[in-house]
Design a protein around this ligand. Sequence first.
Ligand SMILES: C[S@@+](CC[C@H](N)C(=O)[O-])C[C@H]1O[C@@H](n2cnc3c(N)ncnc32)[C@H](O)[C@@H]1O
Length: 281
Amino acid sequence: MCDDVVRSEYEARPSVGAHGKRAMIPRLFNALYMHGPLGTAWRICAAAQNRFGNIAICKHLCPFVQGALSNIQRSLDSRFDRSHGTDTSGVVPLNALDIKSKNIEEGIWYEPMSVKVFRQLMKALARDPQRYDFVDFGSGKGRVLLLASDYGFRRITGVEFAPELHEIAMRNVAVLERNAGGPGNVEALCMDATEYAIPNVPVVLFFYSPFTGSVMEQVIGNVLTSFAMQPREMVLLFYGSNPNSIDLLKATHWPCRELAIHADWSRFTNYRGFIFTSPAA
Ligand SMILES: C[S@@+](CC[C@H](N)C(=O)[O-])C[C@H]1O[C@@H](n2cnc3c(N)ncnc32)[C@H](O)[C@@H]1O
């Protein structure tokens, strides 16, 4: 069912040189196109360190440049929080958190969604949000919840298993409500995604690559069971690059489309975006 996949432009770009070796210039352009100047500079440093790490100047200069790049990246990403008075920025590894779930091994670290990419995904959704509930699986500090609140979804729910991140998300939702002058329709839940009961209404389920493997498999299984019990419009939006997760989503045999996403150059890494729609949608 996934034959209407539109390959994202950067994936289709050739990166193999005339002699079968990945030539330097096309690789550089490919990296610039996919990851932007920051991500490319970061990768060059990493490669130089790998290759020439025993040369003193490289050993000291590369980490210094990477540190500077990280500071620039953090500062660009925290523009969202500076303008909203929230706290959604920064990368948090899961082993720094007190998570009780057995699914921690297959969980992905917290990293806030790119505002630029989220807006593109919402545009690609091409549906009236007022007819749908919205669920963010792995909602972390709640950036996606805040972003989704601009679109008029009926109800917005975040599901996050790390209590520390959930607490921050609750504070961010409170800021949102304060700014809006009253309670809204955004709810943050602290629980494992596999235990979340999907609402029996038309729904957009959002995944910013929150988990992999058997956890992804269980959540997709829950989606399919929920659909079988009550066929309705269900849309899965996935932003990530884990091939196994993408294969699991494709195995639903729901119509799917890969989105041509313009990379957010303030990020070191950009991913692939997919939209899957239930057969009834
Ligand atoms: C890449 S971040 C997603 C960021 C978020 N959606 C946002 O607003 O930008 C992945 C999140 O998934 C959470 N997570 C991973 N496994 C989970 C699970 N089994 N149940 C609930 N949350 C999970 C992590 O704690 C992390 O916060």
